[in-house]
Design a protein around this ligand. Structure first.
Ligand SMILES: Cc1cc2nc3c(=O)[nH]c(=O)nc-3n(C[C@H](O)[C@H](O)[C@H](O)COP(=O)(O)O)c2cc1C
Length: 173
């Protein structure tokens, strides 16, 4: 079974999730930044990770997701400045699902990702300010150990990794 992890990451948050997923997959696997990612059609499992821009997957990821419509097992993951489990985050993830429509999406995961001071400043100077800005301070320190734990759970539910043993939670503390 050929597995591919593709990620887009400007400041490193989504890359951390990608590297975690890659480390947990067994067998034949590759990890690539989206800029040099291969055609997904040659893979049995593809995990695509993106960061939110304008409430959607970042532009490079949008283009890649459009190529994933025929993937047999697609897992989506993302980081964002908006709050975990917010409607805003759900809308962005749904947009990714739409872009890859036709693929068999086996699961998804998203969590906050720390926003740089410069990005916060730029967003604060916009008029109107983006809706996610009020949540962004709480994204500091994410992704954290709890996020990785939940990601492992999502991967398990998706059938991409073996069931966890209980002590795993301590691994990320
Ligand atoms: C230009 C820019 C636009 C952004 N727009 C959004 C947005 O629309 N919604 C959101 O929740 N977060 C937004 N963010 C925050 C990032 O999505 C978040 O910090 C993410 O974790 C960055 O991932 P990365 O470190 O992998 O690049 C934006 C960040 C930047 C730099």
């Amino acid at each position: 079974m050929k597995q591919l992890v593709v990620y887009s990451s400007r400041s490193g948050n989504t890359k951390k999730l990608a590297e975690f997923i890659f480390s947990r997959l067994d067998g034949d696997k590759e990890i690539k930044p989206v800029a040099s990612a291969p055609d997904p059609s040659g893979y049995d499992v593809v995990a695509v990770g993106f960061w939110f821009k304008g409430g959607q997957p970042d532009p490079d990821s949008q283009e890649y997701l459009k190529k994933c419509t025929g993937v047999g097992k697609l897992f989506l993951f993302a980081t964002h400045g908006s709050a975990a489990n917010s409607d805003y985050a759900a809308i962005g993830m749904n947009r990714a699902r739409e872009l890859a429509a036709g693929a068999q999406i086996v699961g998804d995961f998203d969590c906050p990702g720390e926003v740089s001071a410069k990005t916060l400043e730029n967003a604060a100077n916009k008029d109107p300010q983006p809706a996610w800005l009020k949540d962004a301070p709480a994204a500091k320190g994410h992704p954290n150990s709890d996020d990785f734990y939940k990601l492992a759970e999502a991967l398990t539910e998706a059938g991409l990794i073996e069931k966890r043993q209980p002590p795993e939670k301590g691994m990320f503390v």
